[in-house]
Design a protein around this ligand. Structure first.
Ligand code: FAD
Length: 592
C-alpha cells in the first residue's frame, strides 16, 4: 500500500525562504514564524500520515453506501473526522468570532495539502464545509452567521455546494430548481441537484446545503439565480436541531475515483430555505468565494501528484531491473535499481520539478488571497483573479499527468489495484472536472480575465516578471540557468496575448481555439517564475552557510531541470495559438 510523508521541509522553504511569510505586512502573518509553522505542519503531518493515509485505500475499496435514506461513510472515517474536529483542524483559518483560529489562508492551504495528499475523498467533507462557511461568512446577515457558522467551523454541521442539475453544469442559466417566497420570509425550494459532493453522510449532526435556485418571476437566465441556505434538519433560533427538512438523497453516484466521498443526487421537495445575500445575485455570491474554492482544487491536483511521486521514488530505488548503461551500480545484486536509468530519472524529475514548482505557485496564490482579503490590496485581488483559472487548470491537468507518470514507474504493477497507484490517478482525475471544467477555466482566462480592467492585471504580471529578471541580472549563474529561460518563456506569453489582441476581436474563434494552450503557457511561465525565485532563495541560503546545504543544492538542480526540460513547452503552445482558428474550426461538424 502507498505511504505518505508530509513534505514539511519543502513547505517550510516556500513559506519562509520564498514568501518570507512572517515579515509580510499582512494582518496575522506576524504569527507565522518558522518555529510555529513547523510545529503546526509536523502535527498535521502526523494526522495525515498516521490517520488519513491508512484510510485512503479503505475509502477507495468500500466507498459510501446509501442505507434507509442515509449515507454511511467507509470504516474509520467517522473516528478520523472526530479527531480532526477535536484537534481544531477544521477551524484553522476560520473567523475567531465564530470559533475559528483566525490563521491566514496561507497556512490553511499548506495544511490542506497534507490532508488532501493523504486522503482527498475524506478531506473533501471538510473542504466543502469550508466553502459553504466562506459563502455564509461573506454574504450572510449577522443572525445567519450567528446561527450557522459556529457549528460549521467545528464541523459539527458540514456544508455542501449545490449548483449542478442534470441538464446544466457549466451553463447554470438553464437551472430549473425554484424557490417560492413564503409569508414568513423563508422560501420553499423544489428541484433536483446532481453530483453533490458530501451531500449526505454519517459524520455530522446536520448538513447545511447551499443551493442555487430561481425565484419565479425573476430575470431570465443566470441573472435570475439566487442562493439559499437549506439545512437537512431545521434549526430553531436557539440553535436546536428540529424536524427533518424536505431534502433527501435520491441516489449515490458510482464513479471513477474519490469513492470515500459521497456524491449525491439531492432532491428538494418544498424544502424550507433562507435567502443568502440578495435576490437574483446568487452567482455573484458564489463568485466571491470562487477564487478560494478553485485554489483548493488546484491544491488537490498538486497534492495527489506529490503523494504519487513519493511512492514512485520508493519503488524506483527498490525495484531491480537491468543495468546502468555506464556500468553496474549495484554489482552485488542481480540488477540495478530502476533509478539508475536515465528515462526513469527523467520521469521522476518531471514529477519532482512540477510538484515543488506547483506548491510554490499555490502558496503564492494563497498569499495573494490573504493580501487581497486581509489588507484590502486591490492589486493582489486583480492578480489572484487573473491567476485563479491558471492555478486550477494547469495544476490539475499537470497534477493528473504526474500521477500517471508515477504509475508508469511501477510498470504493470502500477495498473494493479493492490499497489495503490491507480487510486492516485482515479482520484486526481476529478480535479480537472469539478469547480468549473478546465476548458471553462481556459475560457474564463482568455474571455474575461485577460482583458479585465483594460488588461491591467496581466500587464502587472509581466512587470513583475520583468522586475525580477532586472533585479537579479547581476547574478551570472541565476541569469544563465533561470533568468534567460524565464525571459524567453515570458516573451512567448506576451506574444500569445498580442496574437489574441490582434485577432480575437475580428475572429473570437481565433482566441478561443488557443485558450487551452494559453492556460498551459501561462502555467509554465508561473512555474518558471517560481523556480527562478526559489533558485534565488536557495542561492542566498547557501551563501549564508546556514541550514542544510544539500537541501538547497537539490532545489537548484531540480529548478534547473524545470527550466531546461519543461519550460520550453511554451514554444509549442505559442505555435499552436498562432495557428489561429482555422485548424480547429475548418472541419464541418458532420465530418467528425
Ligand atoms: C465527482 C463529482 C463531484 C462534483 N461535486 C459537485 C458539487 O459538490 N456541487 C456541484 O454543484 N457540482 C458538482 N459537480 C459537478 C461539476 O462541477 C460539473 O460536472 C462540471 O461543472 C461540468 O458540468 P457538466 O458535467 O454539466 O458538463 P457540461 O457543462 O455539459 O460540459 C461538458 C464539457 O463541455 C465543456 N464546455 C461547456 N461549455 C463550454 C463552452 N462554452 N466552451 C467550451 N467548452 C465548454 C466543458 O469544459 C466540459 O468539458 C461534481 C461532479 C462530479 C463528477
Amino acid at each position: 500500500m502507498p505511504s505518505y510523508t508530509a513534505p514539511v521541509n519543502d513547505i517550510q522553504f516556500v513559506l519562509h525562504a520564498l514568501l518570507k511569510a512572517s515579515a509580510q505586512d499582512i494582518p496575522g502573518y506576524d504569527e507565522l514564524e518558522a518555529d510555529f509553522t513547523a510545529a503546526v505542519l509536523e502535527e498535521a503531518g502526523k494526522i495525515a500520515g498516521n490517520v488519513l493515509a491508512p484510510l485512503n485505500a479503505v475509502g477507495d475499496a468500500e466507498g459510501c453506501v446509501l442505507e434507509n435514506g442515509v449515507v454511511r461513510t467507509p470504516s474509520g472515517f467517522k473516528d478520523a473526522f472526530e479527531q480532526m474536529k477535536q484537534g481544531g483542524w477544521t477551524a484553522l483559518d476560520c473567523d475567531p468570532e465564530y470559533g475559528g483560529q483566525g490563521m491566514p489562508v496561507l497556512l490553511g492551504t499548506a495544511v490542506g495539502e497534507l490532508f488532501s495528499g493523504a486522503n482527498q475523498a475524506f478531506t473533501m467533507y471538510q473542504g466543502l464545509t469550508h466553502g459553504a462557511y466562506s459563502a455564509i461568512h461573506a454574504h450572510g446577515t449577522d443572525a445567519q452567521k450567528a446561527k450557522w457558522l459556529p457549528k460549521m467551523v467545528s464541523c459539527e454541521w458540514t456544508g455542501t455546494m449545490n449548483l449542478t442539475e442534470p441538464h446544466c453544469g457549466t451553463d447554470l442559466g438553464l437551472m430549473r430548481t425554484k424557490a417560492v417566497p413564503q409569508e414568513d420570509g423563508s422560501y420553499r425550494i423544489s428541484g433536483q441537484k446532481i453530483f453533490i459532493s458530501a451531500g449526505d453522510h454519517d459524520m455530522s449532526e446536520n448538513v447545511v446545503h447551499l443551493v442555487l435556485a430561481k425565484i419565479p418571476g425573476g430575470p431570465e437566465g443566470i441573472k435570475g439565480v439566487s442562493l439559499f441556505i437549506v439545512p437537512k434538519f431545521l434549526v430553531d433560533d436557539e440553535g436546536n436541531i428540529g424536524a427533518r427538512n424536505g431534502v433527501s438523497v435520491g441516489k449515490l453516484e458510482e464513479k471513477m475515483g474519490i469513492h470515500g466521498n459521497s456524491t449525491c443526487v439531492m432532491n428538494y421537495d418544498e424544502a424550507e430555505g433562507y435567502l443568502l445575500g440578495q435576490e437574483h445575485k446568487g452567482m455573484r455570491a458564489m463568485f466571491t468565494m470562487m477564487n478560494e474554492a478553485r485554489l483548493g482544487v488546484a491544491m488537490q491536483g498538486m497534492a495527489q501528484a506529490e503523494a504519487a511521486y513519493q511512492n514512485a521514488v520508493i519503488y524506483a530505488k527498490d525495484r531491480l531491473q537491468g543495468r546502468a548503461v555506464t556500468g553496474a551500480e549495484n554489482p552485488d545484486g542481480p540488477a540495478d535499481p530502476l533509478i539508475v536509468h536515465p528515462d526513469i530519472r527523467r520521469n521522476l524529475l518531471d514529477q519532482k520539478s512540477f510538484v515543488e514548482g506547483a506548491r510554490a505557485f499555490m502558496l503564492w496564490g494563497a498569499y495573494l488571497l490573504d493580501k487581497s482579503h486581509r489588507s484590502g490590496d486591490a492589486e493582489a485581488e486583480g492578480l489572484i483573479s487573473l491567476l485563479t483559472p491558471v492555478l486550477k487548470g494547469f495544476l490539475t491537468d499537470r497534477g493528473l499527468d504526474m500521477t500517471v507518470q508515477a504509475q508508469q514507474v511501477y510498470g504493470g504493477h502500477g495498473y494493479i489495484e493492490e499497489w495503490g497507484m491507480s487510486q492516485f490517478v482515479r482520484d486526481a482525475r476529478i480535479t480537472q472536472i469539478y469547480e468549473g471544467a478546465n476548458g471553462v477555466q481556459a475560457l474564463d482566462l482568455v474571455g474575461r480575465k485577460l482583458a479585465a480592467d483594460g488588461g491591467k492585471h496581466v500587464m502587472g504580471f509581466f512587470e513583475l516578471v520583468k522586475g525580477f529578471i532586472k533585479e537579479n541580472e547581476g547574478d551570472e549563474a541565476l541569469k544563465k540557468d533561470f533568468l534567460e529561460p524565464l525571459k524567453s518563456a515570458s516573451k512567448d506569453l506576451q506574444a500569445a496575448g498580442m496574437f489574441f489582441m490582434q485577432n480575437g476581436m475580428k475572429n473570437p474563434n481565433a482566441a478561443l481555439a488557443g485558450s487551452y494552450d494559453f492556460m498551459h503557457l501561462f502555467g509554465h511561465v508561473c512555474l518558471g517564475l517560481m523556480w527562478a525565485r526559489m533558485a534565488k532563495a536557495a542561492t542566498e541560503a547557501l551563501a549564508s552557510g546556514e541550514g542544510n546545504a544539500s537541501f538547497y543544492e537539490t532545489k537548484l538542480a531540480t529548478g534547473r531541470y524545470y527550466m531546461a526540460r519543461q519550460l520550453p513547452a511554451t514554444k509549442m503552445h505559442l505555435a499552436r495559438i498562432e495557428s489561429g482558428a482555422a485548424p480547429v474550426m475548418d472541419l464541418a461538424a458532420e465530418a467528425f
